[in-house]
Design a protein around this ligand. Structure first.
Ligand SMILES: [Fe+2]
Ligand SMILES: [Fe+2]
Length: 433
């Protein structure tokens, strides 16, 4: 763990808002003072693949910095204390400066775009489905916060901005990019700017950890709001590192690391931060339904396999039906069940697919399990195709319409169906196409 990362966590637990503000004054820097004169040569020396990959990653950074700069204002209005408002005001300046830094890099080194708007337009074709959904949610969250300045809404908004966007998504990307160019020394201006950006982001994340630690310690309502948001956003945030052209392993390999490394780094970092907040992810039903006893790299490998097989991530007409993928999928289903919904008696769900092997899940307190095959008596039975079931679980197929058109059939009493919906609460929003 780097010094800066360690700082981000400690900051959340013990540092004061006053200290956070002072660090901002002490660490001020100028995006226009960065010297890019040697970077062009470094950029031209990259391979075509490295440039293609870099364009994708930098586009996510530039678009993201612009979005967070635009969306922070309602946070300043909704923050309950003056100290928080002042810090958030410094953060908004930081985000604008970050956007200016990336814009300069695009314009002066890559040679793309002219004013901010044209460079932003240039990046749009590089943004994948997961990314677009996360940032669309950040936009709607800002609107919600303008109308509702309550503490639960504020906690939810901080969870999305500081914990999902900054700590889970931006930080791993920064870490790997910074690492590569710092070692190679070929783009000194870019490395210097990225170092400054990362230091600022540590401070922002430290603030987010601190705010959430305070809010969640006092209010179960804030906890519930955060839980709801994370349930909604996780399927998108897991797919952020998939470019629009599909997952390309070579995009990270050409810089000397594996996709699993980014995922595992992000996972470790975010699990640690939620623990520091006092609301470990392991205590949030359905949010990150994985076997937490596995090594982070193994968890990452499973997540990536599910993305590659189209069982997770962007809507796809033909998700993989292989037994290996089904096993990974039903493991996630079994672990995401909110066992509070069943009291005492085991609850059995059967799936039979036209085009894939049948599976069942037995939900029981402490011993939920998923297995292939058919059981004698089930509480709920689903009959459909694998593709339709996956579309349903991604939220892209409307359940009422699917049942009416008989694409999805089920056998269950109304009471058992109700239990099923409590075991697996549906996300409120529909993903972007
Ligand atoms: Fe930023
Ligand atoms: Fe930030």
């Amino acid at each position: 763990m780097s010094v800066a990362q360690h700082d981000g966590i400690r900051a959340g637990a013990t540092i004061s808002y006053e200290d956070l503000y002072q660090r901002w004054e002490q660490n001020n820097w100028s995006a226009y003072a960065i010297d890019f004169s040697r970077d062009r040569e470094g950029w031209d020396a990259l391979t075509d693949l490295q440039r293609e990959s870099a364009l994708w990653i930098y586009s996510m950074f530039f678009f993201g910095e612009d979005s967070v700069a635009d969306n922070l204002s309602p946070y300043i209005d909704a923050a309950p204390t003056e100290e928080q408002k002042y810090f958030l005001a410094t953060q908004q300046v930081d985000e604008a400066r970050h956007a200016v830094f990336f814009h300069r890099f695009f314009k002066e080194v890559i040679g793309a775009g002219d004013d901010l708007a044209s460079t932003l337009r240039f990046t749009e074709s590089q943004l994948g489905w997961g990314y677009r959904n996360v940032f669309a949610r950040l936009d709607t969250m800002a609107d919600e916060l303008r109308r509702d300045r309550s503490l639960p809404k504020f906690a939810q908004a901080i969870a999305l901005y500081h914990m999902v966007v900054e700590a889970t998504l931006a930080q791993p990307g920064q870490h790997f990019i910074e690492d590569y160019f710092a070692k190679s020394g070929t783009m000194p201006g870019f490395s210097e700017g990225m170092e400054n950006v990362s230091r600022d982001e540590q401070r922002h994340i430290g603030f987010g950890v601190k705010v959430l630690t305070e809010l969640l310690a006092e209010s179960d309502e804030c906890k519930a709001a955060v839980h709801e948001l994370l349930l909604e956003i996780m399927p998108y945030s897991l797919a952020v590192f998939v470019p629009p052209s599909g997952l390309n392993r070579e995009y990270t390999r050409c810089y000397g690391f594996e996709m699993e490394d980014i995922f595992a780094f992000g996972m470790r970092s975010v699990l640690t931060k939620w623990r520091a907040i006092g609301y470990p992810m392991e205590d949030m039903p359905g949010v990150f339904p994985v076997d937490h006893s596995l090594e982070p790299v193994e968890i990452a490998a499973r997540q990536i396999r599910l993305l590659e097989s189209h069982v997770m991530g962007e809507p796809h007409p033909n998700p993989d039906t292989s037994p290996e993928v089904q096993r990974l999928y039903f493991d996630v289903i079994a672990r995401s069940a909110d066992t509070k919904a069943v009291n005492g008696r085991p609850f059995t769900i059967q799936w039979t697919f036209d085009d894939a092997d049948p599976w069942h899940v037995v939900v029981a307190n402490g011993s939920t399990r998923a297995e292939p095959g058919v059981v004698g008596a089930a509480d709920v039975t689903w009959k459909t195709s694998w593709a339709d079931w996956i579309a349903l679980s991604k939220g892209t197929l409307d359940p009422a319409r699917a049942v009416l058109s008989r694409r999805v059939r089920f056998r269950a009493s109304p009471r058992k169906l109700h239990t099923f919906t409590q075991l697996f609460p549906r996300r409120r929003t529909k993903p972007l196409p």
